[in-house]
Write a protein that binds this ligand. Structure first.
Ligand code: ATP
Ligand code: MG
Length: 207
């Protein structure tokens, strides 16, 4: 056996031992997790990947035939691919978007608040209905940040939702009270974004 063969073999057995140790740790932790209930997830931060992560979970839930509701608190001018797909091909998903009455450009605060309220009522009905396995509240954090909806009402609704129901909230910010009430918080970090290099938003990737 040549030197390099021996080195290669040593590296492989070291790797195997490290992986076995890692697996034992993970298995022990899985064994320890004993609570079975729905989870509340907040995907926040300035990087790209928040809403697309939420829609990834929609796909997961649908794979198990679960009942899914999606409420979007900000509607872009251009419908995204996932919005088009849900609307046209997934009639089993209850999908609600804040109407066109809402736009950052109108600077019509009372109109925006009214639109936010109507949208929140839809979300609230889902958060009170145990038939939903997964509820996505896309871009909800801005409603708190802009003070369009009372933070406490949102926190209470999340805390008091049916035990088996999971909820995913997306959007930058959100505040510490929201972070407190959810179980999982992921912050997507903006390391680099194509847009800043002058690359146009891409169909199928960005929308
Ligand atoms: P995605 O929908 O792609 O998961 P997101 O939900 O994390 O993105 P939003 O703030 O909702 O981000 O904005 C959605 C759009 O803005 C997407 O087209 C995304 O590529 C773009 N975007 C997100 N983050 C950044 C950023 N840091 N700089 C520039 N554009 C961004
Ligand atoms: Mg988003």
């Amino acid at each position: 056996m040549s030197d390099s063969d021996e080195q290669q073999q040593r590296r492989e057995s070291k790797h195997k031992a490290a992986m076995q140790k890692q697996k034992a740790k993970v298995d022990a932790r899985i064994e320890e997790a004993s609570t079975e209930r729905g989870v509340a997830v907040l995907v926040t931060g300035n990087g790209k990947g928040k809403s697309s992560s939420a829609f990834g979970m929609v796909l997961r839930a649908l794979g198990y035939g679960q009942k899914v509701g999606v409420v979007q608190f900000i509607k872009g001018e251009q419908l995204s691919g996932e919005e088009l797909f849900v609307r046209d091909h997934l009639p089993q998903v209850d999908f609600y978007q804040m109407g066109t009455g809402f736009t950052w450009n109108t600077q019509d605060r009372s109109g925006d608040i009214a639109a936010a309220r109507t949208t929140w009522e839809k979300a609230l009905a889902m958060l009170q209905d145990p038939a939903y396995d997964l509820v996505v509240l896309d871009e909800l954090t801005y409603m708190i940040g802009y003070d369009y909806l009372p933070e406490q009402e949102i926190i209470d609704a999340i805390a008091n939702r049916p035990c088996e129901q999971s909820v995913v909230i997306t959007g930058r910010g959100g505040g510490s009270a929201l972070q407190e009430v959810v179980d999982t918080v992921s912050e997507v970090k903006d390391v680099k974004h194509a847009f800043r290099a002058g690359i146009k938003a891409r169909r199928g990737v960005d929308y």
